[in-house]
Design a protein around this ligand. Structure first.
Ligand SMILES: [Zn+2]
Ligand SMILES: [Zn+2]
Length: 564
């Protein structure tokens, strides 16, 4: 199972404790998060000692990993020891913290840690972000009405903050009314202008099995491709912060998170990009329902556990997701097919223009749009593509590919951390940072992903035509089927690998009895499981039962085998 904190690494330590009311709480964390917790004193030493005594002592191999990770961590720390001092004069963020998390505490961090940020992003001294992408004419098309609306809004916002600070709540309430009517007005102005409705467009999923309650995950392919299902989906995202408000996690002004949430929600509800949106407030939801939001892949696990106000918007077709007050005030994700990226970008730019026409966004003269993650400074936008590359993986070519992508300024990495271990061949190709507006590298990116897909196809052809290569393939896929047939227990990692192998087998025409739709449905089912059953992994017997159930459902749904 995944770590409860970062949700990325495999959890190695499962800590169970009983509170004063006698409720049992379980937390599962990975080695590096455990170290972080120790170092930042989130957990104090006596708590840890208590936990260890209470019988939750990690196994020896786990202990070794912790020690190993601790050694590496201290090695790194000591190398940088000479210049780790220093904190942001405004928010108090420590230099070490910034280097570890890559997250800003406040806009002033940009000036306090200027050299660290430039060295992380590989920038020269004289770097200035230049948004040359938006032509002058387009910028003006926002219209005078919207422009003056924005100025008025900003002034109002500043007055509102001042009133709240001076504890003049009556005045604040009046201003707030004014603010809301202002928002309504601006929304009316804008409504006719935009026809960018990415989230409202009807999409037909050609791989959906009939009578399924659950839609396939947004990043799984939706229609057949003569070349094989290699380039699965595109992701485009934007991060935004509104001027006049503190950045999340709102340490000094927790009430601001509510204001932001309300303001942005009012805006998003009218945005054509969502169509008929669904709106979720995690803090007001039952635990199971809350977990479902992460299970659907709409938000990270941390999002539903944040202490400040958060909100989630899901578009009509589930291809546009907005997170309020996650890492930034607003994060918006757009999903689409591989070649739809340019169209998606137009829709996101239009959305951004609307947002800018309504709110004043935080930016920095040198680093461009302010986003808390250093890799999103500049344009605040980034993109990626999900790919299934099993033939290249079996052929041992991924490492070379990773290097080639890096040379071109892009990152290629496994979708799951366990990729390297098990060989589930799902990858994400993505932009490294946001220092260029997406329009400036979009074509280069698409060309790279097309060429990778061609390589994967060539590799598949080679596996077909050469006897030795064909044996490698037959062996891998045959063993996958064999493993599944004989399995009484199935772990997540194994299940991921098997699905990837079966998927290739179907596409290579080797498993005519298996329907690709069943494979894709199973991937959705598998990846939406963990959050749901995380709480039940308390005992050895439970863990075995989960693996047992997984094996039974896989054999039944994919091989048609009934349990005797
Ligand atoms: Zn972790
Ligand atoms: Zn700061």
């Amino acid at each position: 199972m995944l770590c409860n904190k970062c949700n990325k690494e495999e959890a190695l330590i499962h800590i169970r404790g009983v509170d004063a009311q006698g409720n049992v709480h379980t937390i599962s964390i990975c080695a590096s998060c455990a170290i972080k917790a120790l170092m930042s004193e989130e957990l104090n030493a006596s708590e840890i000692a208590g936990l260890m005594k209470s019988g939750a002592m990690p196994k020896p191999d786990v202990m070794m990993k912790i020690i190993d990770s601790l050694m590496r961590q201290t090695g790194l720390e000591s190398e940088r020891l000479e210049d780790v001092d220093g904190a942001c004069t405004n928010c108090g963020l420590q230099r070490v913290e910034l280097r570890r998390e890559l997250l800003l505490g406040c806009p002033e961090c940009l000036d306090c840690f200027d050299s660290d940020i430039r060295s992380h992003l590989g920038l020269k001294d004289d770097f200035v972000y230049n948004e040359t992408e938006v032509p002058e004419s387009e910028q003006e098309s926002t219209g005078d009405d919207a422009k003056s609306g924005q100025v008025a809004f900003h002034a109002l916002n500043t007055r509102l903050q001042a009133a709240v600070q001076a504890e003049e709540y009556e005045l604040a309430a009046t201003l707030k009314d004014e603010l809301e009517s202002r928002l309504r007005e601006i929304n009316r102005l804008r409504q006719s202008g935009s026809n960018c409705d990415w989230g409202a467009r009807k999409i037909k999923d050609h791989f959906a099995l009939p009578d399924r309650a659950q839609n396939n995950l947004p990043w799984l392919p939706k229609r057949p491709d003569g070349q094989g299902l290699i380039r699965l989906a595109s992701l485009l995202f934007g991060n935004y912060n509104l001027s006049g408000f503190e950045l999340p996690p709102f340490r000094n002004k927790p009430a601001q998170s509510n204001d932001i949430s309300a303001l942005l929600a009012a805006f998003l509800r009218r945005e054509p990009i969502f169509g008929q949106s669904r709106e979720y407030v995690p803090a007001e939801m039952e635990k199971t329902a809350r977990l479902e939001l992460t299970e659907r892949g709409w938000c990270p696990h941390e999002f539903i556990a944040r202490k400040h106000a958060t909100r989630l918007f899901v578009s009509e077709n589930e291809r546009v997701i907005a997170l309020l007050n996650d890492i930034d005030h607003l994060r918006i994700n757009l999903w689409g097919a591989a070649e739809e990226l340019p169209l998606m970008l137009r829709h996101l730019q239009d959305f951004t223009d609307n947002l800018r026409g309504t709110f004043d966004l935080q930016s920095h003269p040198k680093f461009g749009r302010i986003s808390r993650h250093l890799n999103s400074l500049g344009s605040g936008m980034g993109l990626g593509q999900l790919m299934h590359l099993p033939a290249l993986t079996y052929d041992g070519r991924i490492e070379a590919l990773v290097r080639a992508c890096r040379d071109m300024g892009f990152n290629l990495r496994g979708l799951f951390r366990q990729n390297e271990k098990t060989g589930a061949a799902l990858y994400i190709l993505q932009s490294k940072d946001s220092l260029l507006p997406p329009g400036q590298y979009l074509e280069r990116f698409l060309e790279l992903s097309r060429s990778m897909a061609r390589h994967e196809q060539l590799c598949r052809q080679m596996f077909q035509s050469h006897k030795e290569n064909r044996l490698i393939l037959t062996d891998n896929i045959g063993r996958a089927v064999g493993t599944l047939k004989g399995a009484s227990l199935l772990s997540f990692e194994e299940a991921e690998y098997l699905l990837s192998a079966l998927w290739l087998g179907v596409e290579m025409g080797m498993l005519p009895w298996l329907d690709i739709r069943k494979v894709l449905a199973k991937i959705t089912e598998l990846l939406t499981l963990p959050a749901n059953i995380a709480d039940k992994q308390n005992s050895f017997a439970d863990r075995i039962q989960i693996r047992r159930n997984l094996a039974i459902s896989f054999k039944k749904d994919l091989l048609g085998m009934e349990e005797e």
